[in-house]
Design a protein around this ligand. Structure first.
Ligand SMILES: Cc1cc2nc3c(=O)[nH]c(=O)nc-3n(C[C@H](O)[C@H](O)[C@H](O)COP(=O)(O)O)c2cc1C
Length: 409
């Protein structure tokens, strides 16, 4: 095998994963106003069938309030009815041999919009964002225009912080109940939890603002509460932006200090991200491997498993893992372009891979137009529900079970 390290199993906490390839969380807008759709199940089934070891779901909102503030069509897990579709989604992914972690988010914070429910956005402080045109990812300027300047948010009260933490812990318990193997707390990319970490967006003078210790209090309290609620059977991870790349924002040094504390709290893995809403070009990079040096720095600092996105080239991915710069890679856009990337790499069929050219036209640009994710290089993307290979796994599984029963008899 040409890429032995990529296909070595790995343990995160108590969860064993068949290889070092994860699907990175990506909003799809396939859900039906927060509930899992048939299309979504088929889309994830295709990626699990395509050989990745782990699927981290798109971000899932952990409170009603978070959803009311969110301008996009994002999945929810704050109501027991959300559990129905999510349980089926987990079952589907497991049927194809992959593990799955849910990415839970406490909301988009100051990126929120009153357009949705007439509510003023909330954040750590009354600081609005402003996106310089040169920081908008490639080919996204036009669809992004309505979101270039944020509305003036209001500061969250301590009661609201505590209420949101309770909602998050309930979501975590529901995630465990539906069978997710792990849970990733989304504290990256300028969303609410990362805004609390940021000296640019958090100007509070109470115990949740000021020093870095205070700014990370919200996240660390949450980590402790979640771990106490779900136990250690579930893998627990946190996604952090290595650097906010915005004036006055969180620096790499700040993030290193947060990473040390997360390890101290018993977090199992770190999913590397980058940038914030004001520097989205770093979150959705044009260049491969843009986060690998930061990831390698984290690896020196912590024994937590480190997962690094945006290395689409198999040889570069193998090298990054075998050189110890990261423990796992996560693929985002490359897996929309080709759900079978992992299988093709394992079988040495590299020429068959449909490569992602990081154009963002079908994926990232569309979500800001209220459209569902697609890839202009993959005609099946967004239409996976019509492919019986992804939707009729239950039928096949039952047939296999019937055959096994006959043999046993
Ligand atoms: C359409 C789209 C949606 C995304 N949604 C999320 C998300 O829900 N949560 C998250 O942490 N990152 C999200 N990301 C960032 C990806 O997880 C990933 O880090 C980034 O796209 C870089 O990796 P790539 O080059 O493999 O795409 C999203 C990216 C794209 C393109």
């Amino acid at each position: 095998m040409r890429f032995p390290k990529l296909f070595e199993p790995i343990r995160i906490g108590k969860v064993t994963i068949r290889n070092r390839i994860a699907m990175a969380p990506m909003v799809t807008q396939y859900c039906d106003r927060g509930y899992v759709s048939e299309q979504q199940m088929a889309y994830y089934a295709a990626r699990a069938r395509g050989g990745v070891g782990l699927i981290v779901t798109e971000h899932v909102l952990a409170s009603h309030w978070a959803e009311d503030n969110c301008p996009l069509n994002v999945m929810g897990l704050y109501d027991t009815h959300h559990m129905l579709g999510l349980a089926e989604l987990v079952e589907t992914i497991h049927a194809f041999g992959a593990k799955t972690f849910v990415q839970l988010n406490l909301g988009v914070g100051i990126q929120g919009s009153s357009l949705r429910a007439g509510l003023q956005p909330v954040g750590p402080s009354a600081v609005s964002y402003r996106v310089p045109a040169e920081m908008v990812p490639r080919n996204c300027l036009e669809p992004f225009a309505p979101f270039m300047v944020g509305e003036l948010p209001r500061e969250m009260s301590i009661d609201e912080i505590e209420r949101e933490q309770i909602s998050f812990v309930k979501a975590a318990m529901m995630a465990r109940a539906v069978g997710f193997d792990g849970l990733e707390i989304h504290a990256a990319h300028g969303f609410l939890l990362s805004e609390f970490l940021s000296p640019r967006f958090n100007l509070r003078t109470d115990r949740y603002g000021g020093s870095l210790d205070n700014r990370m209090r919200f996240l660390l309290e949450l980590v402790r509460k979640v771990r106490a609620a779900v136990g250690d059977e579930m893998a627990l991870g946190v996604r952090l932006s290595a650097d906010e790349h915005t004036p006055g924002g969180t620096t790499y040094q700040d993030t290193c200090a947060v990473v040390e504390q997360l390890e101290h709290e018993g977090v199992d893995y770190l999913h590397v991200g980058d940038g914030c809403f004001e520097s989205l070009k770093y979150t959705i990079p044009d260049q491969p491997g843009s986060m690998i040096d930061e990831a390698a720095g984290f690896k020196k600092l912590t024994a937590m498993t480190v997962v690094t996105p945006s290395i689409h080239d198999p040889a570069a991915a193998e090298k990054a893992v075998s050189d110890g710069m990261t423990d796992m890679i996560s693929l985002g856009r490359q897996l929309i372009a080709d759900p079978d990337w992992a299988r093709k790499v394992r079988d040495g069929k590299l020429a068959d891979i449909t490569t992602c050219d990081r154009c963002n036209r079908g994926c990232f640009a569309r979500i800001f137009q209220g459209l569902k994710v697609k890839c202009i290089r993959n005609p099946e993307s967004g239409l996976e529900r019509y492919n019986p290979q992804y939707t009729q796994w239950q039928v096949r599984q039952r047939a296999i079970e019937r055959r096994a029963a006959v043999i046993v008899r």
